[in-house]
Ligand binder design. Sequence first.
Ligand code: GLN
Length: 274
Amino acid sequence: MTLDAAWRLACQRIARLDARLLLEHVTACTHADLIAHPRRMLSAEQLARLDALLSRRAEGEPLAYLLGSAGFYGLEFVVTPAVLIPRPETELLIDVAIESLQSWPRAQILDLGTGSGVLAVTLARLCRGASVTAVDFSSAALAVARGNAARHAVEVSFLLGDWYAPLGESRFDLIVANPPYVAYADPHLQHSGLPFEPRMALTDGVVGGDGLACLRAIIGGAAAHLRPGGCVLVEHGYDQAAAVRQLLAEQRLVKLDSWRDLAGIERVSGGQLD
Ligand code: GLN
């Protein structure tokens, strides 16, 4: 079958852009190749792989898992079903972090629940003088994150464990986290590809809970792991900003603030140790 025919057939099964990206992935062609060489033939093996990927996409599996990668802050990251797929709104956390790091060229940065490592690796890339530590409870996620750090040629110290547990008494200038915050009963967990993502990256699993258990643990331990003047910045759900600011206030953190994502939703909140 020709590229052109395969592309047309693929578009009948899934959305046009996804069809093109999967076809390019299987054939190692660029978009320009598809247009310039429509009569190039797919091998039987390529056709079989494309067919399998189209079926999985039609079943709702996220494109990033099928391609094995996703973009974040202009960088390409390997993703597997062991990690959450990076979301564009998480880029806001990088913007706010970079702003707060301006006075600390040699900052010690901690990323809790690093997953694919997008926050840790992007911050290490952008703040060359900083030293970055990243923690995750999943060794499979850490393997992905380590691969991403190597891919982007940055040094990150990866630790396996439960939030602050593997860190001892260490203190940091900046703590960032995009933890699981979707409430266990939230119907979104059943839609838009979320059933394919690791449940432990999306929700705290507390039946009848508000989704804030991980944010409570992270904010609750922040004061003991920040240097004076250090900041904690967390991503949270669309309706959690006020509750998160309250958690920050309970820990006597100061200069509390929330920042809006491109959809105008308060998505990141933070505070500073006096
Ligand atoms: N923002 C993600 C979503 O709603 C959830 C990410 C998270 O729990 N950290 O799909």
